[in-house]
Design a binder for this molecule. Structure first.
Ligand code: ATP
Ligand code: AMO
Length: 474
C-alpha cells in the first residue's frame, strides 16, 4: 500500500517506508548494467534515487530509468533509506529513494532549449554577452533566450522566489490598506480617453469606434472618491505605449494604486504611503527572508537600507536640486531630473540619511499631469511627490484638483493640451461639479518594487511574461 503523494520534506518520518510521489527528473545516469542514479525534484527539494537490478527489477529497467531525459515528469514508487554519507548533489542529504516502480508521465524532448541550472545563474552583462562562447567557462545565458523559453526559465529557484515575493508584495499591500479601511476596487481597462493625458496610449478598435487601454486607474479612482468611497485601492494591469527600451520600463505592468480623502493636508496621504511601504519592507524581511537572500545572493546585492518608522526622508524637490548642484550637476529649479540624476540623488540621500527609500515632495507643476493640485505657496510647484528605492522611481502621487473649473482650465493650459469636453474626459471633469472632498493618492509599479527590493538588473525578470516594445510573446 504505502504512502501516496508523499512529501519529500518529511523524508525523516518516512524512513524504510514505501512511498509514491510525482517529481521532475533533474538528471539520470546509468552507472553500470545493474545500477543507475537519478536526481529528482519535488517543489524546492531534490533527492537522489537509486535503481539496482535484482530478482524483481530487470537490467532493462535499470537502463530505461538511467536514460530518462532531464525535465521529464515521472511517478516513482520506492523505499526511503537512510544513507551513511550525506549526499552532496541533493537538498535532502540523509535519505535516498530505492526505486521499485517508475512511470514516465511526460517525457521532455532532448536537447532542452534552456537548462534550468543555467537559469539559476546571473544574466550576462552587455560585455559578457558580446563575448559569449569565448573561453572555457560555460557562458551565461542571455535574457532573450531565457524569455523565449520562459516556462523552463521560471522553473529555476531564483525565479520561483522572485514571483513568491511579488505575490507577497500584493498580499501585504492589501493587508495593510484593508486594515486602514481601504476598499479594493476594479476599474475598467477599456477607456474612452487617455487617462494620463499623454500620447503613450494604446488605441484599439471598439466595435465601430476607437477606445484606449487604461494608462492608469487615475480618473476612476478619483470618480470613486466623488462617489463617497473615502479610501480605495486597486491592483490591476496598466498599459503604456512608451517606446522605452530600458531596464525599468514595460508596456504592460501591474499598478498598485490608492486614493483617499484627507482632512487637513495631503501630507496625511504621504504618511500612509510611507507607512505602507515600511510595512511591506518589514514583512518581506520577516516572511520572505529565504527567497530574498537567495535572489540577492545570485547578484551579490547589498541589503536594503531601511529608515526607522516615522523617519522616511521626505525631501522637498528644491532641496534635491540643491543637493545635485552641490554634487556638480547643472540644473534649474524647475527642471525634471534625468535617470542618471535620479540615481545620483539616491546615492546622496543614502550617504546623508542612510536610507535606500525616500520621498521627493513639491515637484514643479509643469512636469506633472494636468490633474495635479498647484502648490498654494508657489504656483510653479505642486502638491505632488515621487517615491524612490535605490535611486529609482517606484511611485508617483499627488493631491488632485477637486474643482471642475480649475481642472478644465489646467487641462487646456497643459502641454500637450487636453480638451476637457472630449468624450471620456468630460465625465471625469464633470464629476467634480456635484461635491467632492479634497483627496490625494498614488500609484506604484509592482514590478519596480520587486526589482529594486532585490536589486535586479532588469524589470523583465519581475514579469512572468513581459511585454515591451520588442516582445509580445510568449
Ligand atoms: P513617470 O512616468 O512617473 O515619469 P517613469 O519612471 O516611467 O515614471 P518616464 O517619464 O517614463 O518616468 O521616464 C523617466 C526617465 O527615464 C526619463 O527622464 C528618461 O531619462 C528615462 N527614459 C525613458 N525612456 C527612455 C529610453 N527609451 N531610453 C533612455 N532613457 C529613457
Ligand atoms: P506614473 O505614470 O508615474 O503615475 O506611474 C506610476 C508608477 O508606475 C510605474 N511605472 C512603470 N513601471 C513599469 N513600466 C513602465 N513603463 C512604467 N511607467 C510607470 C512607476 C511609476 O512610479 N496616475 C499616476 C499615479 C498617481 O498619481 O496616483 C501615474 O500613473 O513605478
Amino acid at each position: 500500500t504505502g504512502t501516496r503523494r508523499a512529501d519529500l520534506a518529511q523524508a525523516a518520518e518516512l524512513e524504510d517506508k514505501e512511498i509514491t510521489f510525482r517529481c521532475w527528473v533533474e538528471n539520470a545516469r546509468v552507472q553500470s548494467a545493474k545500477l543507475a542514479f537519478l536526481n529528482l525534484r519535488q517543489n524546492l527539494n531534490t533527492v537522489q534515487a537509486v535503481v539496482a537490478a535484482s530478482e524483481k527489477l530487470s537490467k532493462q529497467m535499470v537502463k530505461f530509468c538511467g536514460s530518462i531525459s532531464t525535465e521529464s515528469t515521472i511517478v516513482v514508487t520506492g523505499l526511503v533509506k537512510r544513507v551513511k554519507e550525506p549526499i552532496k548533489s541533493a537538498s535532502i542529504k540523509d535519505y535516498e529513494i530505492h526505486i521499485q516502480k517508475l512511470f514516465i508521465e511526460s517525457k521532455a524532448e532532448v536537447p532542452l532549449p534552456l537548462q534550468v541550472e543555467d537559469a539559476e545563474r546571473p544574466l550576462p552583462t552587455a560585455e559578457e554577452e558580446q563575448k559569449e562562447g569565448e573561453g572555457d567557462e560555460r557562458p551565461l545565458v542571455s535574457l532573450n533566450t531565457r524569455l523565449n523559453n520562459r516556462t523552463i526559465d521560471l522553473r529555476a529557484k531564483i525565479n520561483q522566489s522572485i514571483f513568491v515575493i511579488k505575490s507577497g508584495v500584493c498580499a501585504l499591500f492589501q493587508e495593510f490598506l484593508s486594515k486602514k479601511g481601504f476598499v479594493l476596487v476594479h476599474t475598467p481597462k477599456i477607456l474612452g480617453a487617455a487617462s494620463e493625458g499623454g500620447a503613450n496610449v494604446f488605441e484599439l478598435k471598439y466595435f465601430d469606434r476607437p477606445a484606449y487601454l487604461a494608462q492608469s486607474p487615475q480618473f476612476y479612482k478619483q470618480m470613486l472618491i466623488a462617489s463617497r468611497f473615502q479610501k480605495v485601492m486597486e491592483i490591476g494591469p496598466v498599459f503604456r505605449a512608451e517606446n522605452s527600451n530600458t531596464a525599468r520600463h514595460l508596456t504592460e505592468f501591474t499598478g498598485l494604486d490608492l486614493e483617499m480623502e484627507f482632512q487637513e493636508n495631503y501630507h496625511e496621504v504621504m504618511g500612509v504611503l510611507e507607512e505602507l511601504m515600511l510595512f511591506i519592507f518589514g514583512e518581506l524581511n520577516a516572511r520572505y527572508k529565504k527567497e530574498t537572500e537567495l535572489v540577492r545572493g545570485v547578484y551579490h546585492v547589498d541589503a536594503f537600507k531601511l529608515p526607522s518608522a516615522g523617519n522616511v526622508p521626505r525631501i522637498p524637490f528644491k532641496e534635491g536640486i540643491a543637493m545635485l548642484r552641490e554634487a556638480g550637476e547643472e540644473l534649474n529649479d524647475y527642471d525634471d531630473l534625468t535617470t542618471p540624476q535620479e540615481k545620483l540623488l539616491g546615492k546622496l540621500v543614502l550617504q546623508k540619511y542612510n536610507s535606500d527609500f525616500y520621498t521627493l515632495d513639491q515637484f514643479p507643476l509643469a512636469i506633472r499631469p494636468a490633474y495635479t493640485m498647484p502648490s498654494p505657496a508657489d504656483p510653479q510647484l505642486s502638491n505632488s511627490y515621487d517615491m524612490f528605492m535605490r535611486g529609482q522611481e517606484i511611485c508617483s502621487g499627488a493631491q488632485r484638483i477637486h474643482d471642475s473649473n480649475l481642472l478644465a482650465s489646467q487641462m487646456r493650459k497643459h502641454d500637450p493640451p487636453i480638451d476637457p469636453e472630449s468624450a471620456g474626459t468630460k465625465d471625469y471633469v464633470d464629476c467634480f461639479k456635484f461635491g467632492c472632498p479634497p483627496h490625494a493618492g498614488g500609484g506604484f509599479g509592482l514590478e519596480r518594487i520587486v526589482q529594486f527590493w532585490l536589486g535586479l538588473p532588469n524589470i523583465r525578470m519581475c514579469s512572468l511574461f513581459p511585454r515591451d516594445p520588442q516582445r509580445v510573446v510568449p
